[in-house]
Design a protein. Sequence first.
Length: 213
Amino acid sequence: MFEFVLDFLFPPACSVCGKIDKNWLCPNCQRRVERLEKSCLVEIENKKYEKLLYLFEYESLIRKLLLGYKFSNRAYLSHFFANRVTENEENCKLLKKYDLIIPVPMHKKKMQKRGYNQTELVSNELEKSLGIPVRKDILSKVVNTTTQSKLGGKARQTNIQHAFFIQNDWEVEDKKVILLDDIYTTGATSEECSRVLKQAGADEILMLVLAKD
């Protein structure tokens, strides 16, 4: 009864176009988003991570969807993004070669404010589908940095330095790790997280992101 009243007062609407839809993403917008999917794998040189796999380019429609997911309490979109990963057979074959998934963490203050970590939610869905364990007890963010999107390239690198800390470092030794984040721009966060994981003995790192700018 309570849910019925909520749906009546605040009917679920499509996260892209705003049309009333119980699935929070109307069929038309879902098809539009799916047509933009790339699932592009890039071999990386001179970085601490060896591969980059991204699902979308960070263009206007995807930007709107991701910003809503992160900042507008649309945690339910984690199912959609995880499905975009796992419905691609080549993605699944690649990811199953890895030992564990580590979501890029948020600082506890930002976590308390937002209420959820968008990368953790997608990681949890991937664990259910692929059987790859998610480890949220290894990498933590110990510095409450300025939001990266507000900074330029060099400032992003400086901002994120020494912001992450490894716990239970023996758990990543000789492991092949999937490091999951939402948006890849300059790669500063990816590089810093990978640096501390490699220092802890990680063998190989695949950077999996929802969108690449």
